[in-house]
Write a protein that binds this ligand. Structure first.
Ligand code: ADP
Ligand code: MG
Length: 271
C-alpha cells in the first residue's frame, strides 16, 4: 500500500470533546508547540469556526486569506493555505467564521465525511514532511467533528477535572464507534487527558479516580494543572511554552508530549 517514494505519513490526531470549555483548544495549541519543541514537524488544523487556536498562535484574522473552509470545500492546495507560526516547526491551517456555514454545505456534498481525510492526503502535503497533524475540533459532534475523526488515526479527549466530567463521554465513545464501523476502522482512542486539575480540590481527585477506574490505561499519567499562565498565554498570542516556559502549565504540556512520544515509539509509527 505505502509508496516508498513518499515520506512516512503524518500521524493525525483529533482533539475532541463535544463539551465546550474543557481545554481542547488549549491542549491543541500547547501539545502542538510541545511536540514541535521536541523536534517534531507539526500542523495544527483549526476546525472550530471560532478560530481560537489560530488567534492563540498569533495568526491575525486579517492574515487568514484562506482557511480550513477552503481546504474542505474549495479543493485548495495546502501550500496556499498553511501559515507558519512563530514556533519553529509548527504550522497552522487557520479557521475563519466561514467555517460556521460549512456544516450545511457539507451536508449537500456526497463526500461529506471524507473531505478533510482527502485534503490531508493530497500529494503536496509531502513537501512539509509533517510528523504530526493535530485537529482542534468544535464543541459538538457535528459533521466537522466527523470529518476530523474520519481523517484521523486517533482521538485525544481532554477531560476537565470537574463535576459531570465523565457525563458526555458515552456519547463521544458511541460516535467514535460509529465512525469506526462506517468510515474509518483504524480509528483509535489516543487517550484521555485531565485538564484544569487542582490537587487541592477533592473534586479533581474524585474525577481522576473515576476516570482511571473507568478508562484505565487510556488516561494519560500526565495531568494538566489549572494554571493562570496557561489562561494568560493566548492573550499574548503565544503557547504557554513560549509565554512562560518554566510555568507548571508549560511543564505539564511538555510532559504530555513526551508521554505521547514515548507511547508512539513503543508502538511504532503507525501503531
Ligand atoms: P475548549 O476548546 O474545549 O472550548 P479552551 O481550551 O478554550 O476549551 O479552554 C476554556 C477556557 O479555560 C479558556 O479560557 C482557557 O484559557 C482556560 N483553560 C484551559 N486550560 C487551562 C488550564 N490548564 N489552566 C487555566 N485555565 C485553563
Ligand atoms: Mg476550543
Amino acid at each position: 500500500m505505502s509508496d516508498p517514494t513518499r515520506p512516512p505519513a503524518p500521524r493525525i490526531i483529533s482533539i475532541t470533546n463535544q463539551k465546550g470549555g474543557v481545554g481542547k483548544t488549549t491542549t491543541a495549541i500547547n501539545l502542538a508547540a510541545a511536540l514541535a519543541e521536541q523536534g517534531q514537524r507539526v500542523l495544527l488544523v483549526d476546525l472550530d469556526p471560532q478560530g481560537n487556536a489560530s488567534t492563540g498562535l498569533g495568526i491575525d484574522p486579517e492574515d487568514r486569506k484562506f482557511s480550513t473552509y477552503d481546504l474542505l470545500l474549495e479543493d485548495m492546495p495546502l501550500e496556499d493555505i498553511l501559515l507558519q507560526s512563530d514556533v519553529d516547526g509548527l504550522w497552522i491551517c487557520p479557521a475563519t467564521t466561514d467555517l460556521s456555514s460549512a456544516d450545511i454545505e457539507l451536508m449537500a456534498n456526497e463526500k461529506r465525511s471524507f473531505l478533510l481525510h482527502d485534503a490531508l492526503r493530497q500529494p503536496d502535503i509531502d513537501k512539509f514532511r509533517f510528523d504530526y497533524i493535530l485537529i482542534d475540533c468544535p464543541p459538538s459532534l457535528s459533521l466537522l467533528t466527523i470529518n476530523a475523526m474520519v481523517a484521523s488515526q486517533s482521538v485525544l479527549v481532554p477531560l476537565q477535572a470537574e463535576f459531570f466530567a465523565l457525563e458526555g463521554l458515552s456519547q463521544l465513545m458511541l460516535t467514535i464507534r460509529e465512525v469506526r464501523q462506517s468510515a474509518n476502522n483504524q480509528l483509535r482512542i489516543e487517550g484521555v487527558v485531565l485538564t484544569m486539575y487542582d490537587v487541592r480540590n477533592n473534586l479533581s481527585q474524585q474525577v481522576e479516580a473515576d476516570a482511571r477506574a473507568t478508562l484505565g490505561e487510556l488516561v494519560f499519567r500526565t495531568m494538566i494543572p489549572r494554571n493562570v499562565r496557561v489562561s494568560e498565554a493566548p492573550s499574548y498570542a503565544l503557547p504557554v511554552l513560549s509565554y512562560d516556559g518554566g510555568s507548571r502549565g508549560a511543564q505539564a504540556y511538555r510532559a504530555l508530549a513526551q508521554e505521547m512520544l514515548a507511547r508512539h515509539a513503543m508502538t511504532g509509527r503507525k501503531g
